[in-house]
Design a protein around this ligand. Structure first.
Ligand code: GLC
Ligand code: CA
Length: 567
């Protein structure tokens, strides 16, 4: 299969556990994915990013891998995988696997060996440190899922580093044998015919060693607590060197598509990693826009929110759009398995749900880069009304709830409100396929409750409805194939006459593409950018029809319009 130019591709993310269950055990699986490939083909996407399906104790839903070459039995067999991949290739879909190699599971054979003794040949595959003089952890870093990043290992009398849960020990990328193991497992999947990788927290692989081999304390930003460790491990000193080596050893020998997940990446990091000549990855996921609604300076990071100021979002996007134009490549996302549903977060999941879902999609897909659609986003699925912590399955939410209510004095109500707003399980409830029980996801009992309002947004109800969110995504994806300005055009942020209205344009040869979107539940009238009135509307909803000479534009709540014209 020869890929089309990946720059005009659209990627669809599948979180296998929640996509489609074929055998009634309540867990989504590979045959379930194979059964739904027509949905993806109809949507028009080109590439699938599949979240981890490897053997795993599922402490972090598969982002803790025990065997990189085996399929988790709950997801199926290697034969099921081969059938799924063949089904994708038949439809011209490419498959990007999730490559989780900043850490393994503590149940991986390497770690089992490594932890048994200091002399074991695998010991140096992981990161071990002596206790601090008081016997406590070697430094002050806090793990992503609460607590210290250091866990005591009795058999060797040392601590090991885990940036995520204690069942996810970090690999020692300084060890060339570790790197060769990673390259070998990448070749294993590429030789099977997969088309690339989404690389989990890939910018955390190079740790900031001190000359004496210790890892420096993080600066104190909150008194009396552990300090965020991420700031210390992201974008480390040997990151680009390791990734270049990965290209030379593996990626350059195959026709691959790669995207690196890169928390705390700046535009400069983005340029370095994705530069067409000197970079190492096709694109990366940066987090700047995802962090704009987090209140600064809190002990619990993402859980304390502030309203999004659209102007911050615009400024951030503009910096990335302009910074990477010709110097790298953006990935465009509002949604994945780690984020709440965008329609609930930055739109409206009540009366305006459909309009808000379409508006956010129009806004996102108008930018330069590769759009990512996360399962259920194309249906306008909203957040889930988690009532108690027992409704939640995610280790991050569960650990946060314990710390917040036991150590920080939060009430149950406060903690649950935070989880409803930001919890990752919002994105992990089953995809709503039809009007049958559990939205048609399973014949059994789902591993996490299905959405109580599935009847409002299941796929079956949208296929025949040209005004549906699904059809809107279909049209946006088709537009990217038809109009090179969407792929190649330079971005320009336009002044907006309203704080809740976004306006930008894209410029390519003599073409100009305008995108104007209303991020509010109020009808608004804005000044029309110059020359936009004489363009042709490519897609729009809740927007006044354009007539030449018009100088203002009325937009309904969450209305949006994309117009193609001349510069
Ligand atoms: C990434 C994944 C997330 C996981 C973490 C640890 O951020 O997207 O789901 O928990 O890495 O692997
Ligand atoms: Ca199943």
């Amino acid at each position: 299969m020869k890929p089309t130019d990946w720059r005009s591709s659209v990627v669809y993310q599948i979180y296998p556990r929640s996509f489609c269950d074929s055998n009634g055990d309540g867990i989504g699986d590979l045959p379930g994915i194979t059964a739904k490939l027509d949905h993806l083909q109809q949507l028009g996407v080109d590439v699938v990013w599949l979240s981890p399906i490897y053997a795993s104790p599922q402490d972090d839903n598969g982002y803790d891998i025990a065997d990189y070459r085996a399929i988790a039995p709950e997801f199926g067999t290697m034969a099921d995988f081969d059938a799924m991949l063949a089904g994708m290739h038949q439809r011209g879909l490419r498959l990007m696997m999730d490559l989780v190699v900043n850490h393994t599971s503590d149940e991986h054979a390497w770690f089992q060996q490594a932890r048994s003794s200091r002399d074991n040949p695998y010991h140096d595959y992981y990161l071990w440190r002596e206790p601090a003089p008081d016997g406590g952890p070697p430094n002050n870093w806090e793990a992503a899922f609460q607590g210290s990043v250091w866990e005591w290992n009795e058999p060797t009398g040392e601590y090991y580093l885990h940036m995520f849960s204690k069942k996810q020990p970090d690999l020692n990328w300084e060890n060339p044998r570790v790197r060769q193991e990673v390259y070998a497992l990448m070749r294993f999947w590429l030789d099977k015919g997969v088309d690339g990788f989404r690389m989990d927290v890939i910018n955390m692989i190079s740790k900031p060693w001190n000359a004496d081999g210790s890892l420096p304390n993080a600066p104190v930003v909150r008194d009396g607590f552990l300090q965020p460790g991420f700031a210390m491990t992201c974008n480390g000193p040997r990151l680009l060197e390791f990734l270049r080596e990965m290209c030379l050893e593996v990626l350059d020998h195959y026709d691959t598509l790669t995207v690196g997940e890169a928390p705390m990446a700046t535009v400069t990091v983005g340029q370095a990693l994705t530069h067409p000549e000197t970079g190492a990855l096709n694109m990366l996921f940066q987090f700047e826009h995802m962090d704009l609604d987090i209140a600064p300076g809190q002990a619990v990071g993402k859980w304390v929110t502030q309203p999004l100021d659209l102007r911050d979002l615009q400024q951030s996007m503009a910096r990335w759009q302009n910074g990477l134009h010709g110097q790298g490549w953006n990935s465009l996302y509002l949604s994945n398995h780690d984020q709440p549903r965008p329609v609930s977060r930055w739109g409206d999941d009540g009366v305006h749900r459909v309009a808000a879902a379409k508006m956010l999609a129009t806004w996102l897909h108008g930018h330069q880069g590769t759009p990512y659609v996360y399962q259920g986003e194309e249906l306008g699925m909203p957040n889930y009304p988690f009532a108690t912590i027992n409704d939640c399955r995610d280790i991050e939410s569960i650990n946060f709830y314990q710390v917040a209510t036991r150590q920080l004095g939060w009430t149950d109500g406060q903690a649950m409100a935070a989880i409803r707003a930001k919890g990752r399980d919002n994105a992990r409830v089953p995809v709503a396929w039809d009007a049958t029980a559990h939205g048609g996801f399973t014949q059994g009992t789902p591993w996490i409750d299905s959405h109580p309002n599935a009847e409002q947004f299941h796929a079956q109800g949208q296929y025949g409805d040209v005004d549906s969110v699904f059809h809107h995504y279909q049209r946006l994806i088709a537009l990217r194939k038809q109009h090179p300005v969407l792929v190649h055009g330079r971005y320009e942020l336009l002044p907006s006459s309203h704080p809740r209205v976004s306006a930008y344009r894209r410029l390519w040869v003599d073409q100009c593409l305008w995108v104007v979107t209303n991020f509010s539940a109020e009808p608004v009238t804005v000044t029309l950018p110059e020359r936009m009135a004489s363009g042709q509307t490519l897609i729009g909803h809740g927007a006044e029809a354009l007539t030449p000479g018009m100088s203002t534009l009325a937009l309904q709540p969450y209305g949006a319009i994309m117009v193609l014209g001349q510069t």
